[in-house]
Write a protein that binds this ligand. Structure first.
Ligand code: G3H
Ligand code: 13P
Ligand code: NA
Ligand code: ZN
Length: 343
């Protein structure tokens, strides 16, 4: 069944574990993502980022997504999640990642998202609280869960690079939970978005511990979310570079660091980059082992883009030639079916 995020968050509190939350960037990824979770008998948190909604709504230059693009994309992915998730034996959540503003949140909920993030982390504290509170009021009235964000992660986000991180202040976090009633909060404690996170990143677990202790003391429910948590497997980066890629300085968060963070109270772990890396590797391998497909009328354009953009790891840059499939998951021919195996 398709459910809100809240019951899963409650489970993480009760049993002290964390869910992975995995970004999808194409409607065609939904079926596979659900099947993998079914294999592991795990609930699934699938998330579409604000601009990913624009892309899945057909906006190839998704950085310029309009509200209409996002609305269309939210409906496309919402329909797919219902189609493949409604009769699934596992609980499935469709969560908006880094919602930018109130209208984007509404568009997501209209399309069938059962959980939303409103990212007011770039706003002054009180404005962040104000915006998040409004979203909570709107979403909770519709049975939709809400995640907020406090603090700034270094790294690439929406293709804007923030040089330094500002760690989340634990007392602010507790006040934020109290005043907004959010179900979950993304914090800044050493992780960052993207494939270049720096060597041997140590997470500031004391921030997690301080927030969780204060919440317990004040009897406030609140789950902490670790964004920017991809592990960036070296072997995948090496495989991409071995196939002509030019990815430099790629480093992720160590699994051991994430495990310790879970013990301290992290309950949701966001992963996007690792999936992007795997898809990029798969696409390159596909054309390596099926050279005749480089000339394919339907997918040859993907090969051209892979050749042109050697340091790109975002599959959205490559999938533009099969935009209808990206949007609706429909597969017009065998060559496109081969690409869908890759994503
Ligand atoms: O938070 C980071 C996600 O990976 C969002 O990425 O804004 O490029 O869709 P995007
Ligand atoms: P990564 O870039 O580390 O995969 O983080 C993804 C994320 O935080 C999505 O919200
Ligand atoms: Na942010
Ligand atoms: Zn994030």
């Amino acid at each position: 069944p398709v459910i809100p995020l809240r019951p899963l968050l409650e489970a993480t509190e009760k049993y002290n574990f964390a869910f992975g939350a995995f970004n999808v960037n194409a409607v065609a990824q939904v079926k596979a993502a659900i099947e993998v979770h079914e294999m592991f008998r795990s609930a699934a948190i699938l998330q579409g980022a604000d601009l990913a909604n624009g892309f899945m709504g057909g906006r190839t230059d998704f950085l310029n997504s309009t509200l209409e693009d996002k609305r269309k994309g939210a409906k496309n992915i919402g329909d797919a999640v219902r189609k493949f998730g409604e009769n699934s034996p596992i609980p499935i959540v469709l969560h908006l990642d880094h919602g930018r503003d109130f209208d984007s949140v509404k568009a997501a909920i209209d399309g069938g998202y059962t959980s939303v993030m409103i990212d007011g982390s770039s706003l002054p504290f009180n404005e962040n609280i104000e915006l998040t509170r409004e979203v909570v009021k709107y979403a909770h009235a519709r049975g939709v869960s809400v995640e907020g964000e406090l603090g700034v992660l270094a790294g690439v986000e929406d293709h804007v690079f923030s040089e330094a991180s500002t760690y989340t202040n634990p007392l602010d976090a507790v006040e934020f939970f109290r005043k907004t009633q959010v179900d979950a909060l993304a914090i800044s404690y050493g992780t960052m978005h993207g494939a270049v996170k720096g060597k041997n990143v140590k997470l500031r677990r004391e921030i997690v511990i301080a927030i969780k202790e204060c919440l317990k003391h004040e009897k406030i429910f609140g789950v902490l979310v670790s964004h920017g948590s991809s592990t960036v497997p070296k072997y995948i980066v090496d495989e991409i570079n071995g196939l002509g890629g030019e990815i430099k300085n790629a480093d992720g968060i160590a699994v051991s660091e994430l495990k310790k963070a879970i013990e301290c109270g992290i309950g949701k772990i966001n992963v996007d980059t690792d999936i992007r890396l795997a898809v990029t590797r798969n696409l390159k391998e596909f054309f390596q082992y099926n050279p005749s497909k480089r000339e394919s009328a339907s997918i040859g354009g993907i090969y051209q883009l892979l050749e042109e953009k050697k340091n790109q790891i975002d599959p959205r840059a490559f999938l533009i030639p099969i935009m209808d499939t990206v949007m609706y998951g429909t597969i017009p021919d065998d060559d496109v079916a081969g690409i869908i195996q890759c994503v």
